[in-house]
Design a protein around this ligand. Structure first.
Ligand SMILES: [Fe+2]
Length: 161
């Protein structure tokens, strides 16, 4: 038996591929849940903005809500592309009303960081295994990190320049 034939009989390669697939489905499902929670959260917070800057902040939040919903659907499409079942759950929702826009934004920073962490896990898993998922994760990390930087800039005070 040739080395190549012997290697192809060894189950380790296929098994680790199967493990990767299952782990990827699990991470993607957590992303579906998190992005859905984000869509709800941004919508709720967009209804709590008052004062001078209400209009732009409200619009920005509604836009983020739509984006999070689109991201949830995209992650869900990846789950089914891998042959998995999409989670019907939703991640934890905030149970408190915030007193200030700063408080809302600080909570959103934490939320966005959680998302980036999951996309990073997905990237790590996909590397050397699935170029397609790798690309998906990279694009999302870039988008979410840009978005996070934007929120952090919003949290700076005028004159912080
Ligand atoms: Fe997102």
């Amino acid at each position: 038996m040739s080395l190549i034939e012997r290697l192809s009989l060894e189950p380790t390669g296929e098994m680790s591929m199967e493990n990767n697939r299952e782990e990827a489905i699990a991470i993607l499902n957590r992303l579906v849940e998190l992005e859905l929670a984000g869509a709800v959260r941004y919508t709720q917070y967009s209804l709590m903005i008052f004062g001078h800057a209400r209009i732009p902040i409200m619009h920005w939040m509604r836009q983020q809500a739509s984006e999070a919903l689109a991201h949830a659907a995209e992650a869900g499409e990846e789950v089914t592309a891998l042959g998995g079942r999409v989670s019907l759950g939703i991640a934890e929702l905030a149970g408190t009303h915030h007193a200030t826009v700063d408080e809302i934004l600080q909570e959103l920073v934490l939320h966005e960081r959680r998302g980036i962490e999951l996309y990073r896990q997905l990237l790590k898993l996909a590397e050397g295994w699935s170029v397609s998922l790798e690309e998906f994760a990279r694009t999302k990390i870039r988008g979410e990190e840009t978005h996070l930087a934007e929120i952090e800039k919003m949290l700076r005070r005028r004159g912080d320049a």
